[in-house]
Design a protein around this ligand. Structure first.
Ligand SMILES: Cc1cc2nc3c(=O)[nH]c(=O)nc-3n(C[C@H](O)[C@H](O)[C@H](O)COP(=O)(O)OP(=O)(O)OC[C@H]3O[C@@H](n4cnc5c(N)ncnc54)[C@H](O)[C@@H]3O)c2cc1C
Ligand code: FES
Ligand code: FES
Length: 490
């Protein structure tokens, strides 16, 4: 399964058993593989789109350069391939009980009647068991947050939350203690020393090199390479019938790309850093963004999904993009040319060329996103408007940032909206108009007219163009009223 330079299989622990997978099986979606090959049928598949949580499993992973012990976190197994699990420790619902004794979340679900048809139950149990790895007990609100990504169609949520409140973490069932033993951690490190190159019978290749240089070379060799991050976008498309592209490149085995480094002036987020880690890393430095990420998807998605994936997916309603636009973020890209790695920095305002069209060149991919930190006199507010508060796609999102001078005049304005054009956009004319002026009701009225002229929102299933205009108007107005303490209703 290996030669001197590559490994043609991936390796991970599944419920404490070292597991190696190669060939066609490695290209399967993990939930399918768990059910059909590993016969762990407790993991259910309902939506196959990352929405319902029935396929939730727990994964513990740390890059090889990290000395931190990994923590088990929930993820959806229906939209990730087996290949992406290389170097992970996985636990399915079958791995929870100890000598026939149910784990705390399972026992509590039974006592509190948290299950009727039972189809969603393993998913809830896994999400709650993940929570009990880091908390000794759960209050209702915490349990509801951890299970945002789990849907139940018959029980109703009250008995499930009763069960969550009743369940207490138990030493006997602690998954880290049972499965992340020194022996398992060491053994897995030994197993994954070579870069991964997988192939299947349809001629597809999945490459997970260990050095940036080798990733760049793979892209240079295979011009049609598709980057793979956590596949929370790509996996949904695949399950909807769009086949996985022929050449897949994952940066999952390049440790430095998991880093989030901070300096006085910026935050550099590596291509593999998950949104959950980013949420934590921005808690103090960019609290508004950290809080905003609470509204992004579910824990299962955020525990794996990347900022870079959100950016490169280039959806007009990609929720992090207005923030990146308003922050004047810089995209770090790399490619192989003339025998070496060429690195390039692209200002985000030049990154989107049209609907899902990026300014990346052939063979070039993103290695990181640099987010400049704003001055203390700048106030940034982020908004997401959707029909449901949790786990819903935005109709309109916004990042509105204004810096005010000591005299009260507007010094800088960065106003970005998603959901109103083919790509998320900055409202440049309005920004220029505002600079150098003190905010008054008269100026706001004029600004709202200009804003109305500058946007051309489209109509789709999430709202008509007219509705989106109203949303944009209201969000801007609300922000200005709050920022300048203007009083009155927005
Ligand atoms: C249930 C559910 C809820 C969601 N909720 C939200 C939400 O609230 N808000 C929101 O904005 N999105 C949401 N999403 C979409 C998705 O989770 C995000 O866009 C996520 O950030 C994608 O990251 P990823 O790592 O999974 O990317 P992937 O799916 O792996 O990749 C996405 C795209 O980026 C490209 N790509 C990946 N890495 C690179 C790279 N290094 N260089 C160049 N291209 C690259 C891929 O080729 C692909 O085209 C949701 C998805 C699901 C399934
Ligand atoms: S099956 Fe619904 S989230 Fe995976
Ligand atoms: S118990 Fe039937 S879907 Fe939840």
């Amino acid at each position: 399964m290996s030669d001197k330079t590559s490994r043609h299989h991936v390796a991970f622990y599944l419920n404490g058993e070292l597991t190696r997978v190669q060939g066609d099986d490695a290209f399967m979606m993990l939930a399918e593989w768990l059910r059909k090959r590993a016969l762990r049928t407790g993991t259910k598949i309902v939506c196959a789109e990352g929405d319902c949580g029935a396929c939730t499993i727990l994964r513990a992973f740390e890059p090889t350069n990290s000395s931190k012990k990994p923590t088990f976190m929930s993820m959806n197994s229906c939209i990730a391939t087996v290949a992406q699990m290389d170097g992970s420790h996985l636990v399915t619902v079958e791995g929870l009980e100890v000598n026939g004794e149910l784990a705390p979340a399972q026992a509590a679900m039974r006592v509190c009647h948290g299950s009727q048809c039972g189809y969603c139950t393993p998913g809830f149990v896994m999400a709650l068991s993940g929570a009990l790895e880091v908390k000794t007990h759960l209050d209702r609100k915490t349990a509801a947050n951890y299970t945002t990504g789990n849907l139940c169609r018959c029980t109703g949520y009250s008995p499930i939350l009763d069960a969550a409140e009743k369940a207490k973490a138990s030493e006997t069932h602690n998954l880290s203690k049972r499965y992340l033993t020194n022996q398992n951690l060491q053994q897995l490190k030994k197993e994954i020393k070579l870069p991964v190159l997988l192939s299947d019978t349809q001629g597809r290749l999945f490459s997970a090199p260990m050095r940036l240089q080798d990733a760049c070379k793979f892209c240079a060799k295979h011009k049609d390479t598709r980057m793979v991050a956590a596949t929370t976008d790509l996996g949904v498309q695949t399950n909807k019938g769009r086949p996985l592209p022929k050449h897949l490149l994952s940066l999952q085995n390049i440790p430095e790309l998991y880093e989030i480094s901070t300096s006085k002036t910026s935050l550099v987020v590596g291509a593999r850093a998950s949104l959950s880690r980013l949420r934590k890393a921005t808690e103090k430095r960019i609290p508004e963004f950290s809080k905003f990420l609470d509204l992004f998807a579910s824990p299962q998605i955020k525990n794996v999904a990347t900022l870079v994936g959100n950016l490169a997916n280039a959806s007009p309603i990609g929720d992090t993009i207005p923030f990146l636009l308003a922050s004047d973020a810089v995209v770090h890209a790399a490619k192989f040319s003339a025998g070496k790695v060429i690195k390039r920095k692209i200002p985000i305002t030049e990154f989107f060329l049209g609907y899902k069209k990026l300014s990346l060149k052939a063979g070039e991919f993103i290695t990181a996103v640099e987010i400049p930190l704003t001055s203390q006199t700048t106030s940034i507010k982020l908004f997401k408007t959707s029909q449901r508060k949790d786990l819903d796609i935005s109709a309109v999102s916004a990042a509105l940032s204004i810096e005010t001078s000591k005299s009260g005049d507007i010094k800088n304005a960065a106003l970005a909206f998603g959901g109103i054009a083919a790509t998320p956009v900055r409202i440049h004319k309005l920004e220029t108009f505002l600079v150098g002026k003190p905010m008054t009701q008269k100026l706001l009225d004029r600004a709202l007219d200009l804003l109305n002229d500058e946007i051309h929102p489209i109509s789709d299933v999430r709202g008509t163009g007219a509705f989106r205009r109203v949303l944009v108007h209201q969000l801007f107005s609300k922000y200005i009223h709050e920022h300048f303490a203007m009083g009155g209703s927005a």
